[in-house]
Design a protein around this ligand. Structure first.
Ligand SMILES: [Mg+2]
Length: 159
């Protein structure tokens, strides 16, 4: 549980030098803020580096399939079309991944990405969320709820 109580920067993640992992990658708050539609050059470069030595799949809870496909095409990374939302563990059955490689979930929300990682026995790398002025109110509310749970988790488990 304690691994869910840490937040990473992209720099932290890159310094882990992940190699031979299966990475399940989130979109919103991770690659782009919810209100953004372009991935920053630095993040693009990080993904490019990660892709060299790891298998990556996009697993997004976004309601916009268009957004997921656009991101998947831009990054040349397959997306998981399961019709399910994290933290459903059934998502895994839609991915043909190499079972010998350790699983890593890169996301920003403890209630979706964190719980998903916990349930599938993956390492959770929760990022300091990327936000934008254009993030819709409903999204900001979900962030507020998630950050409250995160703080509680940190309070009780990060010692
Ligand atoms: Mg997210």
């Amino acid at each position: 549980m304690h691994q869910l109580c840490k937040k990473y920067s992209w720099q932290d993640i890159m310094s882990l030098q992940l190699n031979n992992h299966t990475i399940l990658l989130d979109i919103d708050g991770v690659l782009m803020a919810h209100g953004e539609d372009i991935i920053s050059p630095i993040i693009l470069k990080n993904i490019e580096m990660l892709r060299k030595n790891n298998d990556i799949y996009i697993v997004s809870n976004s309601l916009s399939t268009h957004r997921i496909i656009k991101t998947s095409t831009a990054l040349k990374i397959p997306w998981v079309d399961s019709g399910l939302k994290k933290p459903s563990i059934r998502i895994l059955s839609f991915i043909k991944y190499d079972k010998t490689k350790p699983l890593v979930v890169i996301g920003d929300k403890i209630l979706t990405d964190g719980l998903f990682a916990y349930r599938i026995n993956a390492k959770a790398l929760l990022l300091n969320r990327r936000v934008s002025q254009k993030d819709p109110l409903v999204v900001r509310v979900t962030y507020l709820i998630d950050d409250t749970i995160y703080s509680l988790c940190k309070f009780f488990f990060a010692r």
